[in-house]
Ligand binder design. Sequence first.
Ligand SMILES: C[S@@+](CC[C@H](N)C(=O)[O-])C[C@H]1O[C@@H](n2cnc3c(N)ncnc32)[C@H](O)[C@@H]1O
Length: 310
Amino acid sequence: MSPLAKLYLIACWSYIISFNVTFTLVNLDLHERGDQFARAAKVQGLKSRAAFKLLQINERYRLFKPGMTVVDLGFAPGSWSQVAIDLTKPRGRVLGVDLLPVQPPKGVSTIQGDFLSPDIQAEIKSFLRNPDRGRLRRTLMLGSSETSETGLEQALLEDEATGYLDRESHETTIEEEQDREHVDKCVDVVLSDMSEPWDPLEGLYKKSISNPYRRLMNTSGNAFRDHAGSMDLCRAALRFSYDTLKVGGHFVCKFYQGAEDKALERSLKAMFHKVHREKPESSRSESREAYFVGIKRLAKVDRDAVFTEP
Ligand SMILES: C[S@@+](CC[C@H](N)C(=O)[O-])C[C@H]1O[C@@H](n2cnc3c(N)ncnc32)[C@H](O)[C@@H]1O
């Protein structure tokens, strides 16, 4: 081999080696940063590192205030709910919804089921219609030191069961229907982090007859499928918000970036005063996940402008 060819080969090898080293270092850095958030979550008693995404979004937009009603879609394992219940104290209420049967964080009410099911959405609305349901009773709050120690808080949340017969449709007049629509708009913040499940932990009843894992929108590694699945979940969350968010209420939803997210953004712009795309620092930069934040629902929203596809 000629000396020139040797030199060329050596140059190629050193380029390949240096590229690999840089790539590994970048990856190490990403994972270290991920670990750093996971460690911080553990130390602070948070259910997962996802808490920091909401905390970082809230730091920017100040979504929560005491006494607010928050719906947390895809709440499990519950770190967003922990953040929400903490930031809406006192007298706030948080309702978490998830496919998975999970012990909720203290003070949080939950409904287990598929959010995409109309029955589950009817159940959520029925829960929310009673403004005291899911809140700590005032009498308990006065002497609450004892309750927080014993975990009684959870059991003593206002929570009269609504029988399914109560929910059965009965004939309603137009006025009743309008009243109901007005009463339904009682939510201050809708959060949706629905997507892949976190690694199952012990205490999960995986043997349930209708194994909820099968119905999950799992991230598949296929960017288009993940994107399309997340668009469906975001649109469902937006429809629900159209029915339940108060004027001035806020909306946060996770999505996987792709071709359709511009259309979703347009829909959001027809419903909220301001719409932001967020990629919180605690979200892994190699992931295509991002968040839409809709600030202040407008007083007059044209349903068609929000939901008619172009
Ligand atoms: C990334 S986790 C949410 C993490 C949560 N925000 C936290 O801070 O702990 C996504 C959750 O969405 C739930 N999920 C996905 N599709 C759903 C659906 N159709 N209905 C209800 N929950 C769903 C999954 O079960 C999973 O627990």
